[in-house]
Design a protein around this ligand. Sequence first.
Ligand code: SAM
Length: 206
Amino acid sequence: MSEHRVDRTDIEEQRGDWARFLGTWLRHPLKMGAVAASSTAYCDEMVARSATGNTGRILELGPGLGAVTRALLRAGVEPERIVSIEYDHDFASALKSRYPRVNVIEGDGFDLDATLADQGEERFACILLAIPIVNLRQAERRALLERYFRRLNPGGNVTQLSYLWKAPIEPVPGRFTVSASDVVWSNIPPARVWVYTPEPALQPVS
Ligand SMILES: C[S@@+](CC[C@H](N)C(=O)[O-])C[C@H]1O[C@@H](n2cnc3c(N)ncnc32)[C@H](O)[C@@H]1O
C-alpha cells in the first residue's frame, strides 16, 4: 500500500491551485466544467465508490491538478496503478512533476483508442470520469459510456463527478445501472458521485 497522507505540501498545493484552476476556467469554461477543484470530501467519496479493488490499473479522466489523484493515493492505491489522462498541457505538466510515479498522459480522454494506443487493448479496474460532458447529447453520452465499459475488467465501474441533480447519463435497462451518492454539500458547488455499472451480460469475459 502507498503511504500518501494529507500533509503540509498537499495543503499548500491545494491553496495555490485555487487561483490556477479559476484562471483556466475563465479561459476555457466548457472544458473545465467547474470553477474550483473538487473538495477532499467529494474526492474521497468518488474513490470509495470506485471499484479500485478490482483487477487492473485505475483510469482517471480529467485529473486537473490532482484532487482525485490525491484521494486515490490517500486510499492506499499505488501511484504506478494510476493512469491519468489530462487534456490541458499545463495541468498535465504540473501533475507529472507532482506525482512522478503516476502515469500521466497528456491527451484526449474522450478518445481512449488514440490516447492509449501504446497500451493496446488494456482494460482497467475502474474509470473515474471528471471530464465535463454537458456539451454532449444524451445519445453521445451513452455511446461514450459504452466505449468506457469496453475498457473495464469484469466487476469494474465508471464513477462520475457531476453537479447535475439527475443522472448525467440516463440508465438503459438491461445494459447498465446508475446509482448516486448523497449530495456532498462541502463541495463547491454541491455535487454527487454517479456510479455506472454494466449489467453482467455486458461485462467482458476475462
Ligand atoms: C471539472 S475539472 C476536474 C478536475 C479534478 N479532477 C477535480 O475534480 O478537481 C475537468 C478537467 O478535465 C480536463 N479535460 C477537459 N476535457 C478533457 C478531455 N477531452 N480529455 C482529458 N481531460 C479533459 C480539464 O482540463 C480539467 O482539468
